[in-house]
Design a protein around this ligand. Structure first.
Ligand SMILES: [Zn+2]
Length: 307
């Protein structure tokens, strides 16, 4: 039996990332598999079980799994996800029966926001926004030191702030949402529409100096984010915006144009700092680990030193 650890699973629309994380925050093993969204909800649940089983062992004291959509934290039921095509999945019970340890089920963006506030750049920042950009875009609003959840627990949906009144139709049913221009999926889709070539957002970012279509799509994503962030800045006056999620792996290539686009919209007030999370695409996994450790009756995290 090795050092005690938890299994942390971040279920995204593109991939399932999972890791074994110890009490000091070290990641000892990790697995990254594609999410079988095309094969239906049962296949996705099966993939989550497989990943959890592959990391299981006698030293595991809890499991934390974070998913998109609507999550009922108390009962561990994943109520609804458009991206994963599921409804009312009792994930907590399914995984708990198999692993025989406590299971925490949480919302992926809240988990990433929790990780940023506990371990990341947003640590002890009273007024900030954490924007998680992956297959979709969503944020965690921190105002006056508190996580703002809203009347319907829907605060932070910056991905569905309309930035162009007659813009593209979003999967959510609205038009011109930030997400239709700036999510990793949207960047790929818009590049494909312009060129007929399928490329990942990462590849498009890498080509932006040599490929005009890539440069245009990337700049339009930054512009849409800048517009949405200008609205946020005027309403809530943050000192910091943290860009997290898979797209944040682009680093300065994302931060610089987003900061410029935001600055271009703000004539008379200081521009809040825009930073890219060093946790990037791992924020969800670390968030899952923090919730898992809490389910195991411990609360490490504040002391974790992550590179
Ligand atoms: Zn939308």
């Amino acid at each position: 039996v090795g050092e005690p650890s938890v299994i942390a699973v971040d279920v995204g629309g593109t991939s399932i990332k999972a890791a074994l994380i110890g009490e000091t925050g070290e990641m000892s093993r990790h697995v990254d598999v594609p999410t079988p969204v095309g094969a239906g909800a049962e296949a996705v649940v099966g993939a989550i079980r497989d990943v959890t089983r592959s990391l299981g062992g006698p030293s595991v004291c809890a499991v934390g799994v974070v998913v998109p959509g609507v999550v009922e934290v108390g009962s561990g039921v994943a109520r609804y996800s458009a991206n994963l095509g599921w409804r009312d999945v009792p994930l907590g019970d399914v995984l708990g029966a198999e692993a025989g340890v406590p299971v925490a089920v949480e919302h992926d963006v809240r988990a990433a926001g929790h990780a940023e506030r506990t371990l990341g750049l947003a640590r002890s920042v009273a007024d900030c926004l954490v924007v998680v950009i992956g297959t979709g875009i969503a944020g965690v609003v921190v105002s006056g030191g508190r996580h703002v959840r809203g009347a319907l627990d829907l605060a932070g949906e910056i991905g569905h702030v309309p930035v162009y009144p007659d813009g593209d139709v979003c999967a959510c049913g609205q038009r011109g949402c930030t997400e239709t221009y700036a999510s990793a999926a949207a960047i790929s889709r818009r590049y494909l529409a312009g060129t007929g070539t399928i490329r990942s957002a990462e590849e498009i970012c890498a080509r932006r100096d040599s490929d005009p279509a890539a440069a245009r799509v990337w700049a339009e994503a930054a512009e849409a984010l800048g517009l949405a962030l200008a609205g946020y800045t005027m309403l809530l006056d943050p000192s910091l915006v943290v860009l997290a999620g898979g797209l944040a792996g682009a680093g300065a290539a994302l931060r610089d144009p987003v900061q410029s686009a935001l600055a271009a919209r703000l004539a008379w007030r200081p521009v809040p700092a825009v930073e890219v999370s060093p946790l990037a695409g791992r924020a969800g996994v670390y968030g899952a680990a923090l919730f898992a450790w809490r389910a195991a009756g411990r609360d490490p995290g504040a002391d974790w030193q992550l590179g």
